[in-house]
Design a protein around this ligand. Structure first.
Ligand SMILES: [Zn+2]
Length: 344
């Protein structure tokens, strides 16, 4: 096997993670390496932190720079254009308009002694690339990744393994599509994005739980979440644990979230007709939920979606849980770097 590797950096505002893949696309076995992004020190400090973390990763695994054939960087949106960051509430004004692509390219060239292929992309899309790579195995098919967390992330990865970014890099912002509320039996809750048409995010992710709990509580008099000392957020955080214990209110709400996700799966099948859907997020995390709960959640998603699909889709549809957890975005960045290097 070739000893070449491709490095992926998953940059968050506070910490960055490093992962690598081999030339054959397999994940380089390593512990999660996570280091401060150092954004408080400005753009130069961030570049230095990333390069330092790569150096540490290489040293840990007895690797040299001449084995590195490409680097990928996953950054949170929004971005102004390819490689240029937009202003973000988490970053100082210095980062507004920063050409991260150019600065990182220069730093990598300095470090490695040669020009290296560099791939840059949205972290959610790169996470989708890695999960799609895993989920599709040897089958060439399009994959949609849906990851409910605080909001609802989405990605479409084509059969070649590349994400659909869109012309303003806002492609697959599926959390802000409108859900068919009449099928869910709920009213339109205004989303954090400002839209009032009933964004899916409000019915599938943490963001909408306070509102859903508020609507459900009157049907469950004396419920433990009625406790007035609990804040809205605390209630939402408690819900997942309650569902694992079989609490009826909690299960009702997660069933609703699963049905909403099922409807979204069906709508996306109409739009991009993928062979596989990957569901990520805390609800399918084996460390956070029981097998029984996960089967119920994924089962409801599938059962809801099936009704709305074309016949060939009904026969073929695969819905699988995500498996890479917090490594996915760094691994996806490395995989896209590998693709870019192949194209070069
Ligand atoms: Zn929205």
């Amino acid at each position: 096997m070739s000893d070449k590797i491709f490095i992926g950096i998953d940059s968050g505002a506070t910490t960055s993670k490093i992962a690598a893949v081999r030339a054959d696309g397999s994940i380089f076995p390593s512990e999660l390496l996570q280091r401060p992004t150092s954004s408080e020190g400005g753009t130069g400090a961030v570049i230095k932190a990333w390069v330092g973390a790569i150096n540490e990763f290489l040293a840990l695994h007895d690797l040299k720079w001449d084995q590195v054939d490409g680097v990928g960087l996953a950054v949170p949106g929004p971005r102004r254009s390819y490689g240029v960051l937009d202003s973000s509430p988490n970053l100082s004004a210095e980062f507004d308009g920063w050409n991260v692509e150019r600065d990182l390219r220069v730093a990598l060239e300095h470090e490695s002694g040669r020009g290296l292929p560099l791939a840059l992309g949205n972290d959610g899309n790169f996470g989708g690339v890695a999960e799609a790579h895993r989920a599709r195995g040897s089958e060439a098919c399009g994959v949609v990744m849906l990851a409910p967390g605080s909001g609802l992330g989405g990605a479409y990865v084509d059969a070649a393994g590349l994400p659909m970014d869109g012309d303003t890099l806002a492609g697959m912002e599926v959390g802000h599509l409108a859900a068919p509320l009449h099928l869910l039996g709920v009213d339109a809750m205004t989303c954090g994005c400002g839209r009032d048409w009933g964004c899916y995010e409000m019915y599938t992710a943490l963001a909408g739980l306070p509102g859903l709990i508020e609507r459900a509580l009157p049907r469950y008099p004396g419920h433990v979440l009625e406790d007035p000392s609990l804040g809205k957020k605390q209630r939402a955080m408690k819900l997942r644990g309650l569902a694992q214990e079989g609490d009826a209110l909690a299960l009702e709400i997660f069933d609703l979230q699963a049905r909403a996700m099922g409807l979204l799966v069906a709508e996306l099948a109409m739009a991009v007709d993928p062979g596989c859907f990957v569901i990520g997020g805390g609800l399918i995390d084996p460390d956070a939920t029981t097998l029984e709960f996960r089967e119920r959640y994924l089962g409801r998603i599938k059962e809801t979606a099936l009704k709305y699909l074309w016949k060939p889709q009904q026969e073929k549809l695969r819905i699988v849980p995500a498996t890479l957890g917090e490594l996915s975005q760094a691994v996806g960045a490395a995989l896209v770097a590998r693709h870019v290097a192949e194209m070069a």
